[in-house]
Design a protein around this ligand. Structure first.
Ligand code: UT7
Length: 323
């Protein structure tokens, strides 16, 4: 019989190169004032050729293992839509980088919802009794796929990785994953896409994505709140996918969670896709925003379309600042 999955380690990794709004305003028709006012983003990181998805994922995973005080794991999942290669998957390489040859390792592709997808399914694997520990990594390097003159995508995306180590425990331990919900709707396939044609760039229909993100994330937050029996005012922290500050505050207000409870990290890193939630968690951990046992809701929306949420309590954790 399986057990509850409990978060016991957390780590993040960021590329070295900081790209400010001012820098972007030299490259494309935008301004620092517009980007801050319409998105809340001030700067983001761009990876170079030495900072591939697997490299960032490995650093974040190693930090999560150190944070948990462990040196092995039963299963490793990398949530990414920017794998090092079309095939094979990135996860076996990350596992071997960590010296974990022979463990089960696979990728999950759900774009910006990838981490929530990976964390939920990892929790199901522990509940099923199939494994007792999982490294869940969200890592993306979308900036290499952006059209250099597309201001819709250029201003919001950045690169990074974040990871959690989870293992079997009980519902009443800090860090317990208490409820999950996952969804998709392939009718929205073209809202966020990189077509399979030569030289294709990342494309996003920003306005429509904004609307769907607010409604899908709000619905899934309400689903997990009702599964665990928490009222909106019980929630200590809403850690939502970091794409746009206006989306975060709107989801908070639609669900009745006070907007001061929304964790904000996008000002420093932009939208890091599958890395955004675990990186926002590292920010909460390093800034001392959270206390073990706090009631936390994670939620994301991304390409597919895909969306979901997780209700959990804040773990007993130490984490290094990836900035
Ligand atoms: O991570 C997966 C999920 N992704 C998201 O959740 C992203 C969701 N979408 C968004 O965050 C927003 O739609 C964007 C940030 C991408 C765009 O913001 P917006 O407020 O929806 O802008 P808009 O497309 O409605 O454009 C408003 C105005 C337009 O000018 P006019 O027609 O009013 O004169 C645009 O041409 O702002 C202009 N504009 C810009 N101006 C300066 C659009 N993008 C920019 C820009 N810089 N980067």
């Amino acid at each position: 019989m399986g057990s509850t999955a409990v978060i016991r380690g957390l780590g993040g990794a960021l590329p070295r190169r900081v790209v400010t709004n001012h820098h972007l305003s030299i490259l494309m028709d935008t301004s620092d004032e517009w980007i801050k006012r319409r998105t809340g983003i001030k700067e983001r990181r761009h990876s170079d050729e030495t900072e591939s998805t697997s490299v960032l994922a490995t650093i974040a995973a190693r930090r999560a293992m150190v944070s948990a005080g462990v040196d092995t794991v039963g299963l490793l999942i990398v949530a990414t839509s920017t794998p090092d290669q079309v095939c094979p998957a990135t996860a076996p390489k990350v596992a071997s980088n960590l010296g974990l040859h022979g463990i089960a390792a696979y990728d999950i592709s759900a774009v910006c919802s990838g981490f929530v997808y990976a964390l939920a399914t990892a929790s199901w694997a522990i509940r099923s009794g199939a494994v007792t520990s999982v490294l869940v990594i969200g890592a993306d390097t979308f900036t290499s796929l952006l059209d250099p003159i597309d201001r819709t995508t250029g201003v919001i995306f950045g690169d990074g990785a974040g990871a959690v180590y989870i293992s079997a425990g009980t519902d009443n331990e800090p860090g317990a994953i208490l409820a999950t919900t996952l969804h998709s709707d392939g009718r929205g396939e073209t809202l966020i896409q990189v077509p399979r044609t030569d030289g294709a760039y990342f494309e996003m229909q920003g306005k429509e994505v904004f609307k769907q993100a607010v409604s899908a994330m709000s619905d899934s937050v309400e689903t997990v709140l009702s599964s665990v029996g928490w009222a909106a005012e019980d929630v200590d922290s809403l850690i939502a996918h970091q794409a746009n500050l206006r989306i975060l505050t709107t989801v908070a207000s639609v669900t009745g969670i006070h907007d001061s409870k929304a964790e904000i990290h996008l000002d420093r890193v932009g939208n890091t896709s599958a890395a955004s939630i675990p990186l926002a968690m590292t920010n909460a951990g390093t800034k001392g925003h959270r206390t073990p046992g706090d009631k936390v809701v994670l939620t994301a929306f991304g390409g597919g379309t895909t969306w979901g949420a997780v209700a959990m309590t804040w773990p007993i954790i130490s984490v290094v600042d990836p900035h």
